[in-house]
Design a protein around this ligand. Structure first.
Ligand SMILES: O=C(O)CCC(=O)C(=O)O
Ligand SMILES: [Fe+2]
Length: 177
């Protein structure tokens, strides 16, 4: 997985015409990679019960492996879109900290998981987060007259995000200029 995050972080940097190690440098040598196994039971009233409430991740980015049962949905333009399941594919979902590092070019999508009455669902989410105590902030190359600096430097943003998540609040405004 470490190798995977290196490849992805470099590709993301190159796609924005930035120096390829810039995000890896922000994540730091001791960047954290934590896995969570999610098990969603069948639910007889899926219209009433969510598997996971709506949120944006506090990570740098999250790598998700889904089984063949749909359930993950992304919020865009006031609609929920179901993410298709593709066998053996890894889904890379931007987290708030990539939104900060890219000065808002990449957005951390709000997402949720719905339940279904016929099949249980399992997913593995790997949370890739900058190393503890390391300051991260917008890449200089993504700040200009048209796109002024949108975010301040922050550290341990994952902890701040968790506090807000518990209270059902979004945390990103804390990092806004
Ligand atoms: O189960 C999924 O597909 C997504 C899980 C998720 O969003 C999370 O664990 O933060
Ligand atoms: Fe998530």
């Amino acid at each position: 997985m470490k190798m995977f995050t290196e490849v992805v972080s470099k590709a993301l940097a190159k796609s924005l015409k930035l120096e390829e190690d810039c995000f890896l440098n922000q994540f730091g040598e001791r960047a954290a990679l934590q896995a969570r196994f999610n098990y969603y039971l069948c639910c007889t009233t899926p219209e009433l019960v969510l598997g996971l409430k709506s949120h944006a991740d506090g990570t740098g980015y999250t790598v998700i492996l889904q089984d063949d049962v749909e359930g993950l949905q992304i919020h865009k333009d006031e609609h929920w879109f179901t993410v298709p399941t593709i066998s053996d594919a890894l889904l890379v979902l931007m987290g708030d900290q990539m939104e900060i590092m890219t000065n808002g070019v990449f957005k951390a999508p709000v997402h949720r998981v719905v339940t279904n009455s016929e099949r249980e669902r399992i997913s593995v989410a790997m949370f890739y987060t900058p190393e503890p105590n390391k300051e991260i902030g917008p890449e200089e190359g993504l700040i200009n007259e048209e796109r002024p600096k949108l975010f301040k430097k922050v550290k341990d943003y994952g902890d701040i995000h968790w506090e807000y998540y518990q209270q059902e609040k979004e945390a990103l405004h804390v990092a806004k200029v």
